[in-house]
Design a protein around this ligand. Structure first.
Ligand code: PHE
Ligand code: FE
Length: 291
């Protein structure tokens, strides 16, 4: 993940591209067992909910292993499959640095792991979110191309001042995306597959809207980072997501400059609604903090 608002360069000990050594030998027994606990908790809910590409990715990378994965080991396998690798970073990094890594097929992952008392929620993405959540999909050749293209597109959106629109695409696909499969709706978004509660909520709860993916519609929809999503977007397949994002976004950005945002609870003309949510969950919680 990335964030703006950085001033100055990388922290002491980090390289110019913000990477650090993973320090795999430094993980404690407790930290390895936190990984295994989180892994096993997710696997109690993900079969039949996560998409096949994700579940295959877990196996292809042997991601349960014996604890926190060694980035060198998983990068070797990932390189052979799709040309991607995983590099360690201290936490959130500047947008331009993040895009540059993605465009070069390097996924920046936090090397720290959450503490046993914060298994269910933490603010900054840790190694479990970044590696368990994101890396399995990078074994899928189509998703792997999508992420690299997103990195190139990010640099452009920054120059054009439309990053807020492009960031919504990342949020509603890479982080919180659902997809259609012959067997029904499935999860591919990293923010969902790394959360035990949202894995169930996103597919089965009556509260959120589930709407067929539309590029412009997604780019007009803000998102919340403080609680479960109130709207999920469903892609027909990874191939179709890659297809609709391949053209130049220049004209789209121009059109978006004059378009209003769509509230996270609202349906818009032209929406193909898969489930209309009653939003009772969100109504029972603190008001959304929108990004
Ligand atoms: N086609 C986009 C552009 O012209 C780049 C992009 C590809 C963005 C895939 C996101 C995902 O900016
Ligand atoms: Fe993430």
């Amino acid at each position: 993940m990335s964030a703006d608002g950085f001033s100055g360069g990388p922290p002491p000990g980090a390289a110019a591209d913000w990477t650090i050594a993973q320090g795999w030998n430094g993980y404690t027994t407790e930290e390895h067992s936190t990984w295994l606990t989180l892994y096993d908790r997710q696997m109690a809910v993900l079969p039949g909910r996560a998409c096949n590409a994700f579940l295959h990715g877990l196996d292809a990378l042997d991601l349960r292993g014996e604890g926190v994965p060694d980035f060198t080991r998983i990068s070797e396998r990932l390189q052979a499959l799709t040309g991607w690798s995983v590099v360690a970073v201290p936490g959130l990094i500047p947008d331009d640095v993040f895009f540059d890594h993605l465009a070069s097929r390097r996924f920046p992952a936090g090397n720290f792991i959450r503490k046993p008392h914060e298994l269910d929620y933490l603010k900054e993405p840790d190694v479990f979110h970044d590696v368990f959540g994101h890396v399995p999909m990078l074994t899928d050749p189509v998703f792997a191309d999508y992420m690299a293209a997103y990195g190139r597109g990010g640099a452009r959106a920054l120059q054009l001042g439309r990053l807020h629109n492009l960031a919504r695409l990342y949020w509603y696909t890479v982080e919180f995306g659902l997809m259609q499969s012959a067997a029904g709706l499935r999860i591919y978004g990293a923010g969902i597959v790394s959360s035990r509660t949202e894995s169930v909520f996103s597919l089965e709860d009556g509260s959120p809207n589930r709407i067929a993916f539309d590029l412009q519609r997604v780019m007009r929809t803000p998102y919340r980072i403080d609680d479960f999503q109130q709207t999920y977007f469903v892609i027909p397949s990874m191939d179709e997501l890659l297809d609709v994002t391949q053209h130049d976004f220049g004209a789209l950005y121009t059109a978006l400059a004059g378009a209003k945002d769509i509230a996270i609870t609202d349906l818009a003309p032209g929406d193909r609604v898969i489930t209309r949510g009653h939003q009772e969950y969100a109504a029972s919680r603190a008001p959304a903090q929108l990004v």
